[in-house]
Design a binder for this molecule. Structure first.
Ligand code: AMP
Length: 117
């Protein structure tokens, strides 16, 4: 069971922003911007993007459609925000193998998503 599955199940605490039957949004415990939230689909079968099938289309579309609402709750819908997914592999660290989207904002972010070097 991943950390996020435990948070969804209520076995671990989180600083919740929004929750319904399908998704949960909460503040990242180790923020990399002034505002750093995570949006997680509740079903646990999606570890990475390649697990998404047509059967998940409604869920993922629903999650995407809720992001502006979550951004509004965070007070950053007008100032803009960045949405990122780390899809783990040799070049990208994905700490938690449960598909999730980072929402970053609340301050001026860099122009690019640059490689390390
Ligand atoms: P990723 O590398 O994309 O899987 O990112 C996982 C994110 O989850 C990181 O930004 C962590 O800071 C965050 N994180 C890990 N554990 C928790 C937790 N218990 N509550 C909130 N955020 C967490």
């Amino acid at each position: 069971m991943t950390i996020f599955a435990k948070i969804i199940a209520g076995e671990l605490p989180s600083n919740k922003i929004y929750e319904d039957d399908y998704i949960l949004a909460f503040h990242d415990i180790n923020p990399e911007a002034k505002i750093h939230a995570l949006v997680v689909p509740k079903p646990t079968h999606l570890e990475r993007i390649q697990d998404v099938t047509i059967d998940d289309a409604a869920l993922i579309g629903y999650l995407m459609g809720k992001i502006p609402h979550i951004a509004t709750l965070l007070g950053i819908n007008e100032t803009g925000y960045r949405v990122i997914t780390n899809n783990g592999g040799e070049h990208v660290t994905q700490e938690v193998p449960h598909l999730h989207f980072h929402i970053l904002g609340g301050e001026l972010l860099g122009d690019k998503l640059a490689p390390v070097n």
